[in-house]
Structures are given as C-alpha cells and as structure tokens.
Design a protein around this ligand. Structure first.
Ligand SMILES: Nc1ncnc2c1ncn2[C@@H]1O[C@H](COP(=O)(O)OP(=O)(O)OP(=O)(O)O)[C@@H](O)[C@H]1O
Ligand SMILES: [Mg+2]
Ligand SMILES: [Zn+2]
Length: 506
C-alpha cells in the first residue's frame, strides 16, 4: 500500500515541504530511504523502527521504501522522523488517515516513541504558513515557538501515538494557544541597566548618541574604567523590537537551537560576545552544519568585541561583509545560505598594551612602537566603521559612592525611540532606517551645513588632520545629535559634539 504525508525541512531561514511517500509491499523485509537523505535522516531508520514498536503498533515485516520528494533537494536534520513513522503505520494498513490530510508533520523520535523537540520550528512554521498549509503537528517541546504565529493551527504532540491517533480520528489534540507579542514584550526587563552606572556622564551621553543613530562605537580606556559594564547596558537602551524584528531574530535563534524553552520568541535585543579565541565557523556559521554563527545571532542587537585588539585579524575580517550588507553568507558543501546579520558593533580596548597610557595615576610601561602596533591591529576597514570613538576615563570616587541611581535605561530608551522615529520618517523613501546607514548621496541631501558650521568643520579638518572619511562620520553623528534635539538643521553645538567623538587615529 502507498501512503503520503508532508514533512518539512529547513534551508537557511526558510523551508520547503517534503512529501514523504511510503510504499510497503510483500517481499524481503528491507527498509530503504531514498531522495538525497543526509546522515541524520538515514539514521532515522533505527529510531523510527523502535518508536513504532514502542507505540503499540507493529513494524511491518515487508519491503518498505520511503521516498523523500523533491529528490534533488538535500534534507538535513532529524525532523522527518515523525512523518516517516506515521507514513509507515498508514502504508502498512494499521490506521487510516481521517483528518489532517494537508497537515505538516515535524519532530524527532526517541526509541520509546516520544517526540523530541527540534531546532528551526519557527522558520518552518512561518514558511509552511506562507506556502498555504493550514495545520501542523509539532513536538510539544517547541510549542512556545508556535504561539506567536497567526493563521496556522498548530498541534503539539508528546508521543508518536498521539499523532497517529489524532490523524486516525480517535484522539483530539488541542492547538497551541496564541500569545500576543506586544503584551509579552512590555514585560521585558534587562539585567544590565544604566541606572547602576555611576557618574560617567560623557560616556552615557555617547552611548545614547550611538544607539540613537545606530552608530558603531569603540570605547578606549584603562582597565576597570567600566567599558564592559557600559557595553552590557546597550541592549537596554536600544529601541523596542517590533514584531518583525523579533520574529526574524527568533528564526535565527531557533535554527541555531538556542531558544530559551520558556520564551518562544526573542523579545530582548541580543548581546553577543564572541571570545577572541572563537573559531571562524562559530563566528560566521557553517562548518559541519549550516547553522548560523554568533554574528547572525547578534541580528537586531549588539555584537560586542571586548578587548578588540586581541582578536586575530582573520576574525575581524569576517565582519566586513555583514557590516556592509547586513547579511552573512555561510558556505556549505553544495550551496550557500545567507543569514541576516544586522547589528550594532561595539568594541572596547585599552589605550595601550599595559592599559595605563594617558593615566594620571599609573605609569605606562609601553614603548611608542608597542602602542602603535597594538592600535594598528584594528586599523583599516573596521575602524572606519566605528562612527564614535569614545575615551572612557576612570570613574570618580565621589561618583562611585553616590547613593542615588542614575537615569534608568527605560527613560533613555524612550528618547531613543523618538529619535529613531524621526529617522524612519526621513528615510521612508530611501531604503535605509538610520543615520548610520547614510551614503554620500544621503549626506548631501540631509546634512547640509550653515556657513558657520562649514567653517568649524573646515578648521577642524585642517587642525586635526582629518580624512574625508572622518568628515562623513562626523556629519552622520552630527545629524543624530540634531535629531535628538529635534532640530531640523545641524547646528554648531551638534557639530562640535560630533567632532569630539572623532577619536585620535585618522
Ligand atoms: N561607573 C561605574 N559605576 C558603577 N560601577 C562601576 C563603574 N565603573 C566600573 N564599575 C565597577 O567596576 C567593575 C569593572 O568594570 P569593567 O569590567 O566594566 O571595566 P573595564 O573597563 O571593562 O575593564 P577592563 O579593561 O579590565 O576590561 C564593574 O564590574 C563595576 O562593578
Ligand atoms: Mg572589560
Ligand atoms: Zn602602556
């Protein structure tokens, strides 16, 4: 007898349906899976065999052929166990499908017949919904991921027998209850909050400017100045994630299998800190699988490179494509996958290898050549992308013992939301969203300067020996500061503040 059920597999962040055709006929008992299955799918044979036996059904003592169609697409992952097992039980005439004919089935099986969670359920469901499917049966462990999707009835199962009994009409399965994203997202609390940062007025201001215009920022300062602490606060002042952003980030985290069990959607801005000894595949993605790397996991959040000069140049080079295109290509044996990777890059470094250069209280032991070498490790294309270069001084003792909390992240975030809205309005027709993304064409259009501003910039250009790139960077940041003050024009004070974030090295 022949049966057909629908499974689903992932390809990057989208997926495609796989028709699982099972044919059983008399003949020597062999079990074949054809249609380009990868190793994990091949291994599913043993899981499927035991799971069926342990679910009160018998594994047919016939010739079984499972065909996964379309045959020319590679099938990765373990999610096809469930449709294969259901297909075999149906093809062997043990049950008849009475409902859910057009239902997508996904899940890994344990030998005992229970259904285990898999990664990538959210992107699969979104893709299935877009492909016109109305129903899906998924592992119970993944039910939270399904709770934010409208227009698809999703039924969670714990056991293979639940799925079989539902399809044959002998058991009901209650669909996942839907949740409202905005109701959940309102309760977001970030662990690190600016209210715990004492003093550091200049640094707080610079962070707010950076986040307001989506500018990358590098902080230079002595050990213990609070660079890491400040960086960790950045997600908490970033604008609220809208539903689209949250879904996009969740898809990536779902494929990587790092979604927290109790959440189902990522509504906090990610904060990713790869170690400087991280491998290239862990950063970029790929390797033995086509999983996304840390750079993509930072999508819509922060990628923080603490002690930036410690990173080998080969790793820093990996950031060029995402910084330029906001996507990253992960290479695989047969084809490449693209993952979104739009993040705010935040770096920190000491002023010199010993950390004391420029300090009033401690002696720097480094030679000028050492300092030069240390700084040049992140020069070039990457440093050009750092719109704001902030020098963070040590916190004053009198500030540190101040009892009152500083301004909270929540208050700052409200202002950031407003400034981002101004940018959205301005760039509605431009295919960009923030000041940091402006090209030379946009700078001409939106950053014109008055006579007096032009003369300030010209003087600084000459006195500070600036490059043309530094000039563009200053204009972008000045535009952001003007937006923060809700000023149509860039005024002198906006420009002067932006010049102060220029940094030393160009
Ligand atoms: N402005 C501040 N307000 C409150 N606590 C602070 C402040 N600055 C630093 N601290 C305290 O000092 C600790 C060290 O700061 P942090 O690790 O952020 O320094 P750092 O600049 O990253 O140093 P390093 O260069 O050694 O990495 C923090 O964990 C925090 O407890
Ligand atoms: Mg640090
Ligand atoms: Zn030094």
């Amino acid at each position: 007898m022949l049966s057909k059920v629908t499974g689903y597999v992932l390809d990057g962040l989208s997926g495609y349906p796989v028709t699982v055709e099972v044919d059983t006929n008399s003949g020597l008992p062999v079990f074949d899976i054809v249609g380009l299955p990868d190793a994990a799918v091949k291994e599913s044979k043993e899981r499927v065999r035991s799971a069926i036996k342990n679910s009160g059904k018998s594994f047919p003592n016939h010739r079984i052929t499972v065909n996964l169609a379309p045959a020319d697409m590679r099938k990765e992952g373990v999610g096809l166990d469930l449709p294969i097992a259901v297909g075999i039980v149906v093809a062997s005439g043990q049950v008849a499908v009475k409902r859910g004919n057009d239902c997508v089935l996904i899940g890994e099986l344990s030998l005992d017949g229970s259904v285990r969670g898999i990664s990538g359920v959210l992107p699969i469901l979104i893709s299935a919904k877009e492909a016109g499917f109305k129903e899906a049966i998924i592992p119970k462990a993944n039910e939270k991921e399904a709770s934010f999707i409208e227009g698809l009835t999703v039924r969670p199962v714990e056991k293979l027998s639940d799925a079989i009994n539902f399809l044959s009409g002998t058991k009901d399965l209650f669909p996942v209850e839907k949740q409202n994203y905005f109701a959940t997202a309102k309760r977001v609390v970030y662990e690190n909050d600016l209210k715990f940062v004492k003093g550091q007025k200049l640094a707080r201001r610079a962070l707010e400017v950076a986040v307001s215009g989506n500018h990358n920022i590098i902080m230079t300062g002595p050990p213990g100045a609070g660079k890491t602490m400040l960086a960790k606060c950045i997600p908490s002042i970033m604008p609220d994630m809208d539903f689209e952003e949250a879904l996009e980030t969740t898809k990536i985290h779902s494929v990587a299998g790092i979604l927290a069990d109790d959440e189902g959607i990522v509504y906090k801005r990610p904060f990713m800190t790869p170690h400087h000894t991280a491998s290239r595949p862990s950063l970029v993605g790929g390797g033995s699988s086509s999983n996304p790397g840390i750079i993509s996991l930072a999508h819509n959040g922060v990628l923080f490179l603490d002690e930036m000069p410690e990173y080998p140049r080969s790793l820093l080079e990996c950031l060029r494509q995402p910084l330029e295109d906001r996507v990253i290509t992960v290479s695989r044996v047969k084809a490449n996958v693209k993952y979104p990777a739009s993040f705010m890059l935040v770096g920190s470094m000491n002023p010199c290898p010993c950390g004391n250069y420029g300090s009033k209280t401690a002696q720097c032991k480094c030679t000028p050549a050492m300092i030069q070498r240390y700084r040049s490790r992140i020069s070039g294309p990457l440093i050009d992308r750092m719109d704001i270069r902030l020098t963070v001084g040590s916190v004053q003792y009198s500030d540190l013992i101040e009892k009152a909390d500083g301004e909270s992240s929540e208050v700052v975030r409200q202002r950031v939301n407003r400034t981002r809205l101004i940018q959205r309005e301005r760039f509605r027709e431009e295919n960009i969203k923030t000041n940091a993304e402006m090209s030379e064409k946009h700078l001409k259009k939106y950053c014109s300067l008055s006579e007096s501003c032009e003369s300030i910039l010209r003087d600084s250009f000459e006195i500070l020996n600036m490059s043309a790139r530094a000039r563009s960077r200053i204009l972008k940041v000045a535009r952001t500061i003007a937006d923060m003050e809700m000023s149509r024009n860039i005024c002198e004070e906006h420009l002067i503040e932006a010049i102060s974030y220029r940094g030393q090295d160009d």
